[in-house]
Design a protein around this ligand. Structure first.
Ligand code: CA
Ligand code: CA
Ligand code: CA
Length: 170
């Protein structure tokens, strides 16, 4: 079966969210992502950074459900993702950036050993790999995220990049 480039890109984005790969996006996928990040960076769930990450994951899930879970069953199917999330995110990428921001902010804090709220390229690669980005793709993506070229990835770089990633042209 030949699928269009558009469909291929949508499928890749759906897979990014469907962290446990069971065919739909739900709260558990966001919990899995948070748990994996905390494990990778040896951060306790009870710590301030851990709590912030779980709170950000919950807010991200609630925001996604609000725009995509049309039948309200607490699951986002592929169809709901395409008809709800992708179209609305394309119309309003800033809205997506806002629902993703608390999670991204907290994820950077977990990955950031230096404490200035930005992650090194190396740590950004670790974050991407933990979230399921293939080894070969993680490094060029991390480098591209550092738009000001200072060797670190900050919130002001990663939030718009994520919004761009989900703004899939038809
Ligand atoms: Ca899932
Ligand atoms: Ca649903
Ligand atoms: Ca930078």
């Amino acid at each position: 079966m030949v699928s269009s480039e558009y469909e291929r890109r949508i499928a890749a984005r759906f897979a990014t969210f469907d962290q446990d790969g069971n065919g739909y996006i739900d709260r558990e996928d966001f919990i899995v992502a948070a748990r994996s990040l905390l494990a990778e960076f040896a951060t306790a769930a009870r710590s301030d950074k851990g709590q912030a990450l779980y709170a950000g994951a919950e807010a991200f899930w609630q925001g996604m459900a609000g725009i995509a879970d049309r039948d309200g069953d607490q699951r986002i199917t592929r169809e709901e993702f395409v008809t709800g999330a992708v179209k609305r995110l394309r119309d309003n990428p800033e809205r997506f950036a806002e629902i993703a921001r608390p999670f991204l902010h907290a994820a950077l804090a977990v990955a950031d050993a230096g404490g200035d709220g930005a992650a090194t390229i190396e740590d950004t690669v670790r974050v991407l790999r933990v979230l399921g980005v293939p080894e070969g793709a993680a490094r060029p993506i991390a480098a591209a995220l550092d738009t000001d070229g200072d060797g670190r990835v900050g919130e002001q770089e990663i939030v718009p990049a994520l919004a761009r990633y989900f703004t899939v042209p038809e």
